[in-house]
Write a protein that binds this ligand. Structure first.
Ligand code: PEP
Ligand code: MN
Length: 315
């Protein structure tokens, strides 16, 4: 596979430094008031939590349950990207305060989505890791702002985007000097129409990211499947494909799927999460050494200089 990054690409030069040993650059999250987590290291990282922060009680209950199940980061959306404008949009700033409380109560670092460049400051004040959602992967103003914020970034793949476009989105973060990037494959649009699966988890893309970039890559089996029954198998498949971790949505009790304001049918219960966490360590160990063939790093003669290198100025 050939990726049309400009020869002066920041990602290309980062990859050159790592390619010959096929090492993964690790990304650290948390560590001050929370546990210190490392993406790309020996251990699989499991992020878990509700789709959306709906209330203090709901979020704290799930946060304690995922911590007890062995998850190492807490997820939860305060600002939700909803396809339908009349769907629940998240609690916004109130949701951020609830996430901060959940972090204090559990010691788990927080991953939460930011959709609006104007909110990167406020969300970044609470989040230990900023999530760029699938629908925002090509919001270049947002990518630049998040890149400049200097916090670890979870960069989800747009469900209609190629691997090449995904890597170029990461380049937007890197040109701002932010190399704390973790890619997240969350399923793409194929023939799956929702009747048996919401999207299709692109497992080959996990390997492609490992070959083409030095950054860790995780898998989101929840949004790929759209059904809780499929989540354990797709989580295991993602780790077997070489992913460094998972992000998974959880409800406190099975009955909560029916009342959740967002994505209830795809949320697993804490006991299922516990089993996935146990399996994740074994699978990561078994597949961590899968050979990757680094991408050739010679400058690309056909690549004209584009806006990205100009933007970096003296860099
Ligand atoms: C999410 O993780 O909360 C989410 C909305 O996922 P995606 O952006 O992958 O659809
Ligand atoms: Mn969701």
């Amino acid at each position: 596979m050939r990726v049309e990054l400009p020869s002066l690409s920041v990602l290309r030069s980062a990859q050159t430094a790592y390619a010959h040993t096929a090492l993964t650059r690790t990304v650290g999250v948390g560590g001050a008031e929370t546990a210190a987590i490392e993406f790309g290291g020996d251990d699989a990282v499991v992020i878990a939590g509700p789709c959306a922060v709906e209330s203090r009680e709901q979020t704290l209950a799930i946060a304690h349950a995922v911590a007890a199940a062995g998850a190492t980061l807490l997820r939860g959306g305060a600002f939700k990207p909803r396809t339908h404008p009349h769907s629940f949009q998240g609690l916004g700033h109130e949701g951020l305060a609830i996430l901060a409380e959940a972090r204090a109560a559990t010691g788990l670092p927080i991953v939460t989505e930011v959709m609006d460049p104007r909110l990167v400051g406020a969300v970044g004040d609470v989040a230990d890791m900023l999530q760029i959602g699938s629908r925002s992967m090509q919001n270049y103003a947002l990518l630049r702002e998040v890149g400049a914020r200097g916090k670890p970034v979870l960069l989800k793949r747009g469900f209609g985007n190629t691997v090449e476009e995904w890597i170029q989105a990461a380049e937007y973060l890197a040109v701002e000097g932010n190399h704390q990037i973790v890619f997240c494959e969350r399923g793409i649009r194929t023939f799956a129409d929702g009747s048996y699966s919401r999207s299709t988890l692109d497992l080959a893309a996990v390997h492609a990211i490992r070959e083409l970039t030095p950054y860790p890559v995780i898998v989101d089996p929840t949004h790929a499947a759209g059904r809780h029954e499929l989540v354990p198998a797709q989580a295991a498949a993602g780790l077997a494909a070489g992913a460094h971790g998972l992000i998974i949505e959880v409800v406190a009790h099975a009955a909560d799927r029916a009342t959740a304001l967002c994505d209830g049918p795809q949320a697993i219960v804490p006991d299922t999460l516990r089993r996935i966490v146990r399996l994740a360590g074994t699978l990561r160990e078994a597949f961590a050494d899968t050979p990757v063939t680094p991408h050739p790093t010679t400058p690309h003669p056909a690549a004209p200089q584009t806006a990205a290198p100009q933007h970096t100025g003296a860099v």
